[in-house]
Write a protein that binds this ligand. Structure first.
Ligand SMILES: [Zn+2]
Length: 231
């Protein structure tokens, strides 16, 4: 029996436990076999597959192919790394990745990393929806602190309104922000109803907001900045 840890492309769980459930040995060459293995995630039950080439030399006393089969068939646990030392790539390999826009202040990107880490796991762990939402909200709070010297106690939606009034946000972005119910500090009493859809919306807004307020301005040459922010 072969087990291993892997970042699950199905549910997003980091270093989830996997177990090889079945394999097919393709004996295409006399001294090499291609093993197609199927493994399942202990968190979500989803499967991933890989083709592993095991090569033998005549001089080996115990052929590696036989050793590999023995570990696959054994009732003992073997880690994949001790069963096979080569590089292994699994399919599907569309692992979720955190999206961190460039040119963010450190405090903002630290918070966003936390939010993204939680977000990537919500499919496997629905109880992460709320904490992830809180983390995006904290990210926005930090971003607003960096952007403005305004009253730290003002509600998030009020502060976004102020940024619009000061010409630091577009109307569309402001309206989008105010549309997101969960932005309001008053939303805390509706936490139990905070849904995955709302989280997705909050995430999209946070990403757009940070790109618009930090990433894009940093790309504008200094001599043009006056014109852009002054319009
Ligand atoms: Zn999984």
């Amino acid at each position: 029996m072969i087990t291993f840890q892997y970042n699950c492309p199905r549910c997003g769980t980091k270093k989830s436990g996997f177990e090889v459930r079945t394999y097919y040995e393709n004996k295409k060459y006399s001294n090499q076999s291609i093993f197609s293995i199927l493994a399942t995630c202990n968190t979500c039950g989803g499967s991933i597959i890989s083709d592993i080439k095991v090569h033998d030399e005549d001089s080996y006393t115990t052929p590696l192919i036989n050793q590999f089969i023995a570990k696959l068939e054994s009732s003992n646990y073997y880690n994949l790394k001790e069963a096979y030392t080569g590089y292994i790539e699994f399919q599907p390999n569309n692992q979720l990745k955190a999206e961190i826009p460039e040119n963010l202040p450190d405090r903002v990107s630290d918070e966003l990393k936390t939010a993204e880490e939680l977000y990537m796991q919500v499919q496997a762990k629905p109880n992460f929806i709320k904490v992830s939402g809180n983390a995006y909200r904290t990210t926005l709070e930090r971003a607003l602190c960096e952007l403005a010297e305004n009253d730290a106690r003002a509600r998030l939606d009020k502060r976004i309104e102020n940024l619009f009034n000061n010409g630091k946000l577009t109307k569309d972005l402001k309206n989008f922000a105010l549309h997101i119910r969960s932005l309001s500090a008053d939303a805390s009493h509706t936490y139990n109803e905070f849904s995955l859809d709302e989280l997705n919306e909050l995430r999209v807004f946070t990403q757009l907001f940070l790109r618009y307020t930090f990433t894009l301005p940093a790309m504008i040459p200094d001599d043009l900045k006056e014109n852009v922010t002054g319009n």
